[in-house]
Design a binder for this molecule. Structure first.
Ligand code: UDX
Length: 449
């Protein structure tokens, strides 16, 4: 089989590379010449564990190539994936200009039957728009070439995208013809070895599935953040509550970790877009509006604790931040809660020194020189008034707290992801704040309060 993947962003690059990995002939196409030149030299636009090696291996075997020339690359392809960006507009709706421009270009250049698949997360009804645009172009050319459109949402988690692609929980494909279904079945056959289903459905349902999945996951997180906040007020421990409810298989123990709010490119964008689609069609998504409101609020929860602890006196203090990306194993800074926390600290005249294992370059794009960047996690701590754990990278999980305590001016830890044990830190002499648990002070300090 031969396929084209248009758009070499996160989704397109992972998709193209993973198809090449199972022996399919893949061309990844992008209009960004610099990006394509870099990819040819194995320089990737994003960080994703294992991807660089996989791109290199498949390019070397000549199953994976990169091009800016859609017109020639599309010839003879069985499938063309559209995996370009759908940036949110001012009102939260997804902007389809790139998706439709690619569709137009496919219509202008295709010469034989092809299945055009939307892979980007697009509002319900987009595949139909894609079909219309292609039809228009074929008509303008005066040719009658058969084609189908399909919707194949991705469920990749950043940091685990390759694993998610190669061993998917499920693959969802919306199709509108037997012919397209057969092509998609053949394409995905190599990924079904672990028994997980390939689910065919109509196109609008496939488009909706993606939004519903992300909205449900975002809801779980905001719900737990709400519970965590209430736990604090009532003197309960959300870690216990989480275990208590997570053992009920109907609830499940995944995605119920409270924290400092969800970020990234998918949840914030998709929740907003779904609310928007609903309201445009006269329906009020009340649950999701609250999910969004809780999340916005949650990004300030750690800052509020800091503010209270220091009685609002933050000017001139130094805060060490561990982790900047919106979650571990990615350099993605989009909608990262760290940005909100840092912004608030800087507004108060505080100094911020941060370290992230991979996201510092990316962070510099938005933060510039407004903060200092440590060369490792320990360097950030020198004379710091407090440590803020913002992203739960594995390397932050068990630091040497003796070293930590020697480096810091004040022994205060604000743990935005509940990765440390409150009692353990108290024994080591730290004042510890988590999310949804009672604030803990070491015994010797307790006596003096
Ligand atoms: C998500 C979906 O998981 C994926 O299926 C979809 O295709 C794209 O969006 P991603 O954005 O990469 O993937 O990250 P994910 O691991 O799902 O985490 C999203 C956010 O939720 C992060 O900010 C994370 O810190 C937060 N989160 C996650 C919590 O706060 N608590 C949890 O229990 C789980």
């Amino acid at each position: 089989m031969r396929i084209a993947v248009v758009g070499t962003g996160y989704v397109g690059l992972v998709t193209g590379t993973c198809f090449a990995e199972v022996g399919i002939d893949v061309t990844c196409i992008d209009i960004d010449q610099k990006k394509i030149e870099n990819l040819k030299k194995n320089i990737l636009p994003i960080y994703e564990p294992g991807l660089e090696e996989m791109v290199a291996r498949n390019a070397q075997k000549e199953r994976l190539s990169f091009s800016t020339d859609l017109a020639s690359s599309i010839q003879g392809c069985d499938v063309a994936f559209i995996a370009v960006g759908t940036p949110p507009g001012e009102d939260g709706s997804a902007d389809l200009k790139y998706v439709l421009a690619v569709a137009r270009s496919i219509g202008q250049n295709m010469n034989s039957y092809i299945v055009v698949v939307t892979k980007s997360t697009v509002p319900v009804g987009t595949a139909n728009k894609v079909r219309k645009v292609i039809e228009e172009e074929l008509e303008a050319r005066g040719v009658d070439i058969p084609f189908d459109v399909a919707s194949n949402p991705e469920f990749l988690k950043e940091g685990a995208a390759i694993e998610d692609f190669l061993k998917p929980d499920r693959i969802v494909v919306g199709v509108c013809s037997e012919r397209a279904q057969e092509v998609m079945k053949k394409l995905y056959k190599p990924f079904l070895m672990n028994g997980h289903p390939l689910i065919f459905m109509d196109v609008p349902s496939a488009e909706m599935t993606k939004y519903a999945a992300n909205a449900m996951l975002a809801t779980k997180i905001s719900f737990m953040n709400d519970i965590a906040n209430l736990c604090e007020i009532m003197g309960a421990d959300v870690n216990m509550v989480r275990k208590g409810i997570g053992s009920d298989v109907r609830i499940g123990n995944k995605f119920i970790y409270p924290g400092i709010g969800y970020g990234g490119s998918c949840f914030p964008k998709d929740v907003k877009a779904l609310i928007r689609t609903a309201s445009e069609n006269g329906y009020d998504m009340k649950v999701l509006q609250s999910v969004e409101a809780v999340n916005e609020n949650q990004k300030s929860v750690l800052y509020n604790k800091i503010h209270n602890h220091f009685n609002g006196d933050l000017a001139g203090r130094t805060f060490a931040i561990w982790g900047l990306s919106f979650k571990p194993k990615t350099d993605d800074m989009r909608e990262a809660p760290s940005l909100v926390i840092i912004q608030k600290l800087l507004e108060q005249g505080a100094k911020v020194r941060a370290y992230d294992p991979v996201a510092m370059k990316e962070a510099q794009h938005s933060l510039g020189d407004s903060i200092e960047y440590g060369k490792d996690e320990y360097e950030t701590l020198i004379d710091a008034d407090a440590l803020l754990l913002v992203t739960e990278w594995p390397e932050f999980r068990s630091p040497n707290f003796n070293v930590v305590s020697k480096l810091m001016k004040d022994k205060v830890v604000f743990d935005g992801r509940n990765i440390y044990d409150a009692n353990d830190l108290n024994e080591k002499g730290f004042i510890y704040y988590g999310i949804g648990i009672k604030q803990q002070v070491p015994q010797q300090l307790d006596a003096s309060i």
